[in-house]
Write a protein that binds this ligand. Structure first.
Ligand code: NAD
Ligand code: TYD
Length: 355
């Protein structure tokens, strides 16, 4: 277990310029002044340093631009900064992209994770006191549910997309390193996140952006696919809790207790957007367009989050209606962020800021 009261610690957070990672980095930098947080990110299309402007100048924060698949670089930074804890979020994360380029997912999600694991065990060997490797994973490793049932921590892995297969594989390696090298790890498998700073290729931010610009809302298939949605800030709170209080070699499922069929979610989003944009009721819903289905589309995901709730006292802090409303407000108040992301201008930020 990581004891935050003991002393100064160097914490590596990978993928901290991405959607969830940026919320975790901000939380750790602001809440734990005794930690030095190193944010390692390759700044792929999904990494955006504009997500982190509010903590940029903080003394306990350092950004490292690097790729987790670059073994020499990873070895060098582990030697230099001797990270006590790793919170590993860096990944290729979009199912649709994994269908077009599966190899990129194997490289980052499997090989990249193994390179981090190797660097961590080389550094600490059997001297594990106060050390922890925290691997962030997804509920998609469990495959798909029918109309009923929930994913528990012991549900067998049954991934259906190249994305979920690569995440499942990385989870297995983390566990295997626990058994083989006694690595003190924790894994969490979380449901679909939504909130501020999500790249507008995922359902909710894509549809918010399209509604703003009166563009069609492409609903895959018949829209009767179900996801369990969690507000990203609640995920960051859960990650903080598991990092500090989770038990070594345990897995925790994290979910919103909040299942929505895609089409019902889209209709709720349309209603909230009409209201916030002062548009006539029904105008956003008119943009809904049913399009060709995603291949291998998982019917339903739903998480049983009883374990983290009972053992660590975590539960979501907002209802979906509140979280969605806050999310829309954030995108409407940050049209510059959205414009920079959709135009690609955000990728110039690193050059401007760091070179
Ligand atoms: P994201 O795509 O928004 O961010 C990923 C970040 O990783 C980006 O900043 C990117 O630049 C960085 N990255 C990618 N490849 C890299 C590499 N080779 N080296 C270093 N950095 C690299 O993803 P997200 O939605 O924030 O997801 C973060 C993690 O949480 C992932 O591991 C994902 O599998 C998991 N997860 C996501 C969700 C979700 O709904 N978004 C749900 C459950 C679990
Ligand atoms: P997504 O946000 O890509 O997350 P995931 O695939 O990890 O669940 O998609 C959420 C759901 O929305 C999923 O069932 C696919 C569907 N979807 C659409 O119907 N249209 C879209 O344009 C996108 C991006 C997703």
């Amino acid at each position: 277990m990581i004891d935050k009261t003991i002393s100064k610690k160097n914490i590596l957070i990978t993928g901290g310029a991405g959607f969830i990672g940026s919320h975790v980095v901000k939380r750790f930098v602001n809440k734990y002044p005794a930690y030095h947080v190193y944010n390692l990110d390759a700044l792929t299309y999904a990494g955006n340093l504009e997500n982190l402007i509010e903590i940029e100048g903080k003394d306990n924060y350092t950004f490292l631009k690097g790729d987790i698949t670059d073994e020499n670089y990873i070895k060098t930074i582990f030697k230099k900064y001797r990270f006590d804890g790793v919170i590993h979020l860096a990944a290729e994360s979009h199912v649709d992209r994994s269908i077009n380029d599966p190899l990129a997912f194997a490289k980052t999600n499997i090989l990249g994770t193994m390179i981090l694991l190797n660097a961590f065990i080389t550094l600490w060997k059997e001297n594990w006191l106060g050390k922890r490797f925290y691997h962030i994973s997804t509920d998609e490793v469990y495959g798909t549910l029918g109309e009923t049932g929930l994913f528990g921590e012991t549900t067998p892995y049954d991934p259906n997309s190249p994305y979920s297969a690569s995440k499942a594989s990385s989870d297995h390696f983390v566990r295997a390193y626990g058994e083989t090298y006694n690595l003190p790890y924790v894994i969490t498998n979380c449901s679909n996140n939504y909130g501020a700073n999500q790249f507008p290729e995922k359902l909710i931010p894509l549809f918010i952006n399209n509604i703003i610009h009166n563009k069609p809302l492409p609903v895959y298939g018949d829209g009767n696919y179900t996801r369990d949605w969690l507000y990203v800030v609640d995920h960051a709170i859960a990650i903080d809790l598991v990092f500090h209080k989770g038990i070594d070699k345990e897995t925790y499922n994290i979910g919103g207790f909040n299942e929505w069929k895609n089409i019902d979610l889209v209709k709720l989003l349309c209603r909230q957007m009409d209201e916030k944009l002062n548009r006539k009721e029904g105008s956003s819903a008119r943009l809904i367009t049913y399009v060709k289905d995603r291949p291998g589309h998982d019917l339903r995901y739903a998480i049983d989050a009883t374990k983290i709730n009972k053992e660590l006292g975590w539960s979501p802090s907002v209802t979906f209606e509140e979280g969605l409303s806050k999310t829309i407000d954030w995108y409407l108040a940050n049209e510059k962020w959205l414009g920079n992301v959709t135009s690609g201008a955000y990728q110039e930020y690193y050059e401007l800021q760091y070179k």
